[in-house]
Write a protein that binds this ligand. Structure first.
Ligand code: FDA
Length: 395
């Protein structure tokens, strides 16, 4: 039986960072993972360049039943702290739109940095490890039965993530441990995920697969995102859709403005005055991709007329169609392609200062396993770093 000060389950973003910080502070840490490589989601993230944080991190960018929970950790370990660490490792980065920071070269650099940080903290890492059972003894030790070994520690950190992308090792392990120790787990669902569409609409829009347009997308609860929308062969995707999917509930609609940068009414009036014989289709193709205009015309949404023939009632109808397109998704692509899992371990059960379970001394939850989910754009990794850092201070 090997003894450690702390055992961290999950060598993902949160687990590696927490193990490294605690190890560097002097704790004897064991880091366990069921996969053969650490940081598998980091390697996949940001199209292989890892969107590791965001310049505009703020609590309002996180969904949770307890919106105040994330404030303390985000304030104590900020995006600037992580940018500083990335800088110390000489990792070049750049800002894309909306404050999103990506590696210039590869996400592998972030994983290599976290591995180096763990080595600096003398963390013992065991990959391809199955955790068969977890028990808490009367002496307040956590005893973990692994395939081939038994390990013990006074502190157990669960950093096993959510359910998205089961192919990358995702498992309900964290939720099961929470329930074993009497903590409430809130219902989970896929977030940051593409929408699927009902059959007639899907078939009509399939010709648009690959077309991307700027959009403003609004959920029934009033949440709004201004980002690109992508038509796919399964439905709708792109950053606008991924963002709004976290605010969408089954059966609800979303409203889509396909022309957020144009006052369509004024544009049509102006074009009618200048070119009355111009077709409506060609006029709209000045503002929207031609394939989209052609598709909407075939669907009867855009009349086949010259501008001079477009009466004001039809113009109003057209403006409504293009700026307030109401779509009722059939569902989402689910955990198979979702970037995150909404819900999870109820934060009311945890200390926002240390991430320790209020009623189970020595048991901690960090990262995505708990009910804190960020927007697309580096917010989820920043939560992983910040919650891990807060926890590590207590180990
Ligand atoms: P994470 O999932 O990273 O790690 C959990 C670890 O626990 C895994 O290594 C897993 O193998 C291990 N594990 C699970 N069950 C286990 C068990 N039973 N026994 C042992 N080990 C177990 N976010 C962002 O901010 N910027 C981005 O660019 C992206 N991009 C992105 C792309 C894709 C494709 C996905 C799927 C997700 C993203 N994300 C993202 C989200 C981000 O990856 C996610 O929020 C963090 O990785 C969460 O970090 P955690 O450490 O909590 O879990």
């Amino acid at each position: 039986m090997e003894r450690f000060d702390a055992i961290v389950v999950g060598a993902g973003a949160a687990g590696m960072f927490c193990a490294a910080q605690a190890g560097q502070a002097g704790a004897r840490v064991l880091l366990l993972d069921n996969g053969k490589k650490p940081g598998r989601k980091i390697l996949m993230s940001g199209g292989g360049r890892c969107n590791f944080t965001n310049m505009y991190v703020e609590p309002a960018a996180y969904l949770s039943q307890n919106p105040h929970f994330c404030k303390s950790a985000l304030a104590r370990y900020t995006q600037w702290d992580f940018i500083d660490l990335v800088g110390k490792y000489g990792i070049a980065w750049h800002e894309k739109t909306l404050g999103q920071l990506f590696c210039d070269d590869s996400a592998e650099q972030i994983v290599a940095m976290l591995v180096a940080e763990c080595e600096k903290g003398n963390v013992t890492t065991r990959l391809r490890t199955e955790i068969i059972s977890v028990e808490r003894t009367e002496d307040e030790d956590y005893v973990l039965q692994l395939n081939g070994a038994t390990v013990v520690a006074k502190k157990l950190v669960i950093a096993s993530g959510g359910l998205s992308m089961p192919g990358l090792g995702a498992s309900p392990f964290g939720y099961k441990i929470a329930e074993q120790f009497g903590l409430k787990v809130l219902p989970t669902r896929a977030g940051l995920v593409p929408f699927t569409l009902h059959k007639p609409l899907l078939e009509q829009l399939q010709v648009l697969s690959g077309v991307s347009v700027p959009s403003v997308i609004t959920a029934d609860d009033g949440t709004v995102f201004r980002e690109n929308l992508l038509f796919t062969h399964r439905g709708l995707s792109g950053p606008a859709v991924l963002q709004i999917s976290s605010y969408w509930q089954s059966g609800e609609f979303v409203s889509i403005n396909l022309l957020p940068e144009c006052d369509l009414d004024a544009f049509l009036d102006e074009q009618r005055n200048a070119h009355p014989n111009q077709s409506l289709k060609n006029t709209l193709a000045m503002q929207l991709p031609k394939r989209l205009v052609e598709c909407l015309q075939q669907l009867g949404q855009i009349p086949d007329v010259q501008l001079k023939q477009l009466n004001s009632k039809d113009q109003q109808q057209l403006v409504e169609t293009l700026t307030c397109w109401r779509v009722q998704p059939n569902g989402t692509e689910g955990y198979r392609t979702a970037e995150v899992t909404l819900g999870g371990v109820d934060t009311h059960e945890l200390s926002s200062r240390t991430m320790e379970a209020r009623n189970v001394p020595g048991l901690y939850f960090i990262g995505e396993v708990m009910d804190v989910t960020g927007w697309l754009g580096g917010y989820n990794f920043q939560w992983a770093w910040a919650s891990a850092w807060a926890c590590a201070q207590a180990l």
